[in-house]
Design a protein around this ligand. Structure first.
Ligand code: FMN
Length: 367
C-alpha cells in the first residue's frame, strides 16, 4: 500500500514514505551544510519518496538552535544545491523546511536580546528563552519577505519544494496562537488577523513559485493541531486554518503530532483521533502527511487506512536509513543508534534526550 507513487501538488513521489524534518545541530560554524550532514542525508534519500530536511533558518533572527543550517543569504545556495543533489541522487524528492524560531530561539545564541523577535513580547515557557521584542508591522512584512527570499533560493538550489514550518511552537504558529500573539494591528486579535501572516505568506509564495520555478516545485505546510495552554490553539482554530489553506490549494498539509492516531490534548475525555475529528474539513485532493510513532509496517498501513496520504518518520530513519527496504522485505528495523549513523553533534544532542528515548522504550543509544 505504501509502495505506490502519489502526486504532491506538481511533484510525483515514488512511494508514500517521507523522512520527517529533523534538526541536525551539525552545520559548519558558518551555518553552511557540513560534510557529515551531506552523508547523513544522502544515506536516507535512497528508499523514501520524499525527504524533508532539518528546519533551516530563513534569516539571522530566525536561528533557534546551535549549528542550524541557514538559507538566509545567496551565499548559502551552492552548499544547499549540493544537499539537494545528494538527496535526489537516491531517488527521493528533496523538500527543505523553512523556519523562524521567534520567541523559541535559544537566547544564548544572541548577543543582543533585541534581535529575538516574535509577534508579541511574551516569553515562552522554556528555560532557554527570553522575552522577545514584538515585531513592528514593517518587521512583520520584512519577515514574510525573508521566507519568500528563502523560497527563491530553494528554487535556485534545485529543491523539489519547501515546507513552511508552522508547527511545534515556532514563529508561524506563534502568529496563529492567541497565547503568543496579542498584537493590536492587522496581524493580531481575531482569528482572521492571527492567520494573516500565514495566509499572506502562502499566497505570495505561490505567486513567486509560479514566476520563478522552471521545474515542478511544491509548497507544503506543517502545523500542530493544538496547544495545551489556555488561551491556545484549539481544534476549532485548526479547522479554520485548514479550510483557508485548502482554499489556497496548498500542495500538502503535514499534521505534526507525537502519535499519528493521537486524540485531543485539550479534550482528554474524547478519545477520537484528531485526524478523524478533522476529517470533514480535510480536502481529499490535498495530500495529508501523518507523523509520530510510525515505525513498523503495521503502523504504516494503519496510518494510510486512517486517511493519511503519506507517512513520515523521524527516529526510525535516524536509526535505520533504509527504512523503505526494511518494510518491503519485512525485516526487523534497527533500533540501536550508534555514532556512525548521525553527525557527531546530533549524536550528542540525542544523548541529552536519552531519558526521553528510553521512556519511548524503542531506541537505544550506544557509544
Ligand atoms: C532529532 C529531532 C529533530 C527534530 N527537528 C525537527 C525540525 O527541525 N522540524 C520539525 O518540524 N520537527 C522536528 N522534529 C520532529 C519530527 O519531525 C517528528 O515529528 C517527531 O520526531 C515524531 O516522529 P517520530 O516518532 O517518527 O520520530 C524533530 C525530531 C527529532 C527526533
Amino acid at each position: 500500500m505504501f509502495d505506490t507513487p502519489t502526486q504532491i501538488g506538481p511533484v510525483t513521489i515514488r512511494n508514500r514514505l517521507v523522512m520527517a524534518p529533523m534538526t541536525t545541530y551539525s552545520s559548519n560554524p558558518d551555518y553552511t551544510v557540513s560534510d557529515q550532514e551531506y552523508a547523513y542525508y544522502e544515506a536516507r534519500g535512497k528508499t523514501v519518496g520524499m525527504l524533508i530536511t532539518a528546519a533551516v533558518a530563513v534569516s539571522k533572527s530566525a536561528h533557534a538552535f546551535p549549528r542550524q543550517i541557514s538559507i538566509e543569504d545567496d551565499a548559502f545556495i551552492p552548499g544547499l544545491k549540493t544537499l539537494a543533489d545528494k538527496i535526489k541522487a537516491g531517488g527521493a524528492k528533496a523538500v527543505i523546511q523553512l523556519h523562524h524560531g521567534g520567541r523559541m530561539n535559544d537566547a544564548s545564541l544572541f548577543n543582543n536580546p533585541d534581535d529575538i523577535v516574535a509577534p508579541s513580547a511574551i516569553k515562552a515557557d522554556r528555560s532557554f528563552t527570553t522575552t522577545p521584542r514584538a515585531m513592528t508591522t514593517d518587521e512583520v512584512k520584512a519577515t514574510q519577505n525573508d521566507f519568500l527570499a528563502a523560497i527563491s533560493r530553494a528554487i535556485q538550489a534545485g529543491f523539489d519544494g519547501v515546507e513552511l514550518h508552522g508547527a511545534n511552537t515556532y514563529l508561524l504558529q506563534q502568529f496563529f496562537s492567541p497565547q503568543s500573539n496579542q498584537r493590536t494591528d492587522q496581524y493580531g486579535g481575531s482569528i482572521e488577523n492571527r492567520s494573516r501572516f500565514i495566509l499572506e505568506l502562502v499566497e505570495a509564495a505561490q505567486a513567486l513559485i509560479q514566476k520563478e520555478a522552471k521545474q515542478p516545485f511544491l509548497l507544503g505546510y506543517r502545523l500542530s493541531p493544538e496547544e495545551r495552554e489556555t488561551p491556545g490553539i484549539t481544534l476549532a482554530d485548526t479547522r479554520y486554518l485548514i479550510q483557508k489553506l485548502n482554499a489556497l490549494k496548498i500542495d500538502y498539509l503535514h499534521l505534526s503530532t507525537r502519535h499519528f492516531a493521537q486524540s485531543s490534548l485539550r479534550d482528554p475525555d474524547n478519545s477520537t483521533p484528531i485526524i478523524e475529528r478533522l476529517s470533514d474539513v480535510l480536502d481529499p485532493d490535498i495530500p495529508l502527511i501523518g507523523v509520530g510513532g510510525i515505525n513498523e509496517l503495521d503502523d504504516v498501513n494503519q496510518a494510510l487506512s486512517m486517511g493519511y496520504t503519506c507517512v513520515a518518520t523521524g527516529m526510525t530513519l535516524i536509526a535505520d536509513p533504509l527504512w523503505g527496504d526494511k518494510l518491503r522485505q519485512n525485516q526487523p528495523l534497527n533500533t540501536v543508534i550508534t555514532q556512525d549513523l548521525v553527525p557527531d553533534l546530533m549524536f550528542e544532542r540525542l544523548h541529552r534526550w536519552q531519558k526521553i528515548l528510553a521512556e519511548g522504550g524503542r531506541f537505544i543509544l550506544k557509544d
